[in-house]
Design a protein around this ligand. Structure first.
Ligand SMILES: [Zn+2]
Length: 117
């Protein structure tokens, strides 16, 4: 399960940021996850809940995931289309000369933390 490696990486980054900004604790991490990234949301959430126990600042943190639709662009006809329905072949002209515009990202979008007074 490679989600765990990605989660560990995210948690390390957030933990380091929390330390840098002298937060008391992190309450919530919002991630943008593309629907054609290799992330399985349920596994990612499970990994998050397991791995956060090993951090200093994220013991009580919850995870929010915003799923970003996969969109592919066709060089053949200039159209864009939904990647999950049509894959690499353009449904408008049949071209295979296409590339993914968006939908494979795994990004930390927002971090909500509590600070000491
Ligand atoms: Zn096309």
């Amino acid at each position: 399960m490679h989600e765990l490696g990605i989660v560990m990486n995210v948690l390390e980054q957030v933990d380091a940021l929390a330390a840098e900004y002298e937060a008391e604790k992190v309450m919530k991490v919002t991630m943008e996850v593309g629907e054609v990234s290799s992330i399985v949301p349920d596994l990612f959430t499970d990994a998050f809940d397991w791995a956060k126990k090993k951090t200093k600042y994220l013991q009580e943190a919850e995870l929010e995931m915003i799923i970003i639709e996969g969109r592919t662009y066709c060089r053949g006809c200039g159209a864009t289309y939904k990647t999950t329905e049509h894959g690499k072949i353009c449904p408008h002209c049949g071209s295979r000369d296409t590339y993914l515009l968006t939908g494979d990202q795994v990004i930390i979008k927002d971090i909500a933390a509590v600070f000491d007074e």
